[in-house]
Design a protein around this ligand. Structure first.
Ligand code: SAM
Ligand code: SF4
Length: 348
């Protein structure tokens, strides 16, 4: 990969509220082998035709610009389901060969549903993958089948074990809590995670899937989750400052067996938004840059790239998108409108 000579200076992705993006989320596909009810309709979505999506060299060119010219220090691959991208190992390895503005390789991570990870975790670790978040919303295979519309619970458990065996630690688990669906699983999921040295992150459900699946009045909030956890665990706020991390992290000790302890995070994206410290920028699988999950506007770097834009023109276009970032997502405001793109087509 070569740089064009006009783009040698790092000018970070700032916005008018003083935030600087250091964390890039790259969606490697909008396709998925599950149909989680909070994310997709049963019939799936209209996937992007391959010609409209970025190929590996286009994807890597934009990641290089983000790291070398725009000050990105962490790259997280997501989707859709990133393990469906066959070249994921090559993309991770090429990303790790880049150098950030502090001279180190960027941190790399994936967010995945875990299916097939058991077969690829060792290769991904060898490619330089630093961290993995695996989504698991219930321990009950029947609830899992209803929630994801696929009978693949055992495959996720294998994926989690594969990540542990490959040393991709701390393995994090993402759990979205939905009222009446898995809100009774909060304590058992936490115990499962603590017993295995997994770091669980409970996530408030956001209005990014089928509109009939989200209701602000009924949603399970961070307070509800913490109240449930306290019925069994002693929780104290973790000592480290939170910085731009979305999760409030707690040190948890199991009162039933105090030898079982570890960390649990709660991501209160709706009830206590962390937009003021957000350090993210997003690249969709069809090459659009977005400054927020909930953005109503985006810019296609793919179109600019395919029309012959230079690296510095692409970097300038990216900076312009980030400069326009709003102070907050405004979910609780009456004027809030759900973005047209679903979560799987943005990259969660
Ligand atoms: N397929 C991968 C997975 O499920 O981990 C990566 C993409 S998925 C869109 C990324 C994360 O977003 C997952 O942890 C998923 O649970 C979460 N997610 C999806 N829809 C959501 C929603 N409406 N609210 C909150 N989180 C959501
Ligand atoms: Fe697929 Fe992830 Fe969406 Fe579930 S949350 S349907 S696994 S993209």
């Amino acid at each position: 990969m070569t740089r064009d000579s006009t783009s040698l200076q790092v000018l970070p992705l700032e916005d008018r509220y003083g935030r600087v993006a250091r964390d890039l989320r790259v969606s490697l596909t909008d396709r998925c082998n599950l149909r989680c009810t909070y994310c997709m309709p049963a019939e799936g979505l209209e996937w992007f035709p391959t010609a409209e999506t970025l190929d590996d060299s286009e994807t890597l060119r934009l990641i290089r610009i983000a790291v070398e010219d725009l000050g990105i220090r962490q790259v997280r691959f997501t989707g859709g389901e990133p393990l469906l991208r066959r070249s994921l190992e090559d993309i991770v390895a090429a990303t790790k060969r880049l150098r950030t503005d502090s001279g180190t390789a960027p941190q790399t991570a994936i967010t995945t549903n875990g299916l097939g990870l058991d077969k690829r975790a060792a290769r991904l670790a060898a490619a330089g993958l630093d961290r993995v978040n695996i989504s698991l919303d219930t321990l009950d295979p029947e609830h899992y089948r209803r929630l994801t519309r696929r009978d693949r619970h055992a495959g996720v458990l294998r994926g989690i074990q594969g990540a542990l065996d490959a040393g991709l630690t701390p393995v994090k688990i993402n759990t979205v809590i939905m009222p009446g669906i898995n809100d009774h699983d909060i304590v058992s999921l936490a115990a499962f995670a603590l017993e295995r040295g997994l770091e669980l992150r409970f996530i408030e459900q956001m209005p990014l899937g089928p509109p009939d699946q989200w209701d602000r009045a009924r949603m399970v909030t961070a307070e509800d989750i913490l109240a449930d956890l306290r019925t069994r665990f002693e929780l104290t706020p973790a000592a480290e400052p939170r910085g731009s991390a979305p999760a409030a992290v707690w040190d948890a000790v199991d009162r039933e067996d105090p030898r079982v302890s570890g960390r649990i995070g709660v991501i209160a994206s709706v009830s206590h938004p962390f937009c003021g410290t957000c350090d993210r920028t997003r690249l969709t699988t069809d090459g659009a840059v977005r400054n927020c999950l909930f953005a109503r506007e985006e810019t296609s770097l793919r179109d600019l790239m395919r029309a012959g834009a230079t690296d510095s023109e692409l970097a300038d276009a990216w900076r312009a998108v980030m400069w326009a970032k709003l102070p907050g997502h405004g979910i609780d405001e009456p004027s809030f409108i759900q973005p047209d793109r679903p979560m799987s087509a943005i990259g969660g």
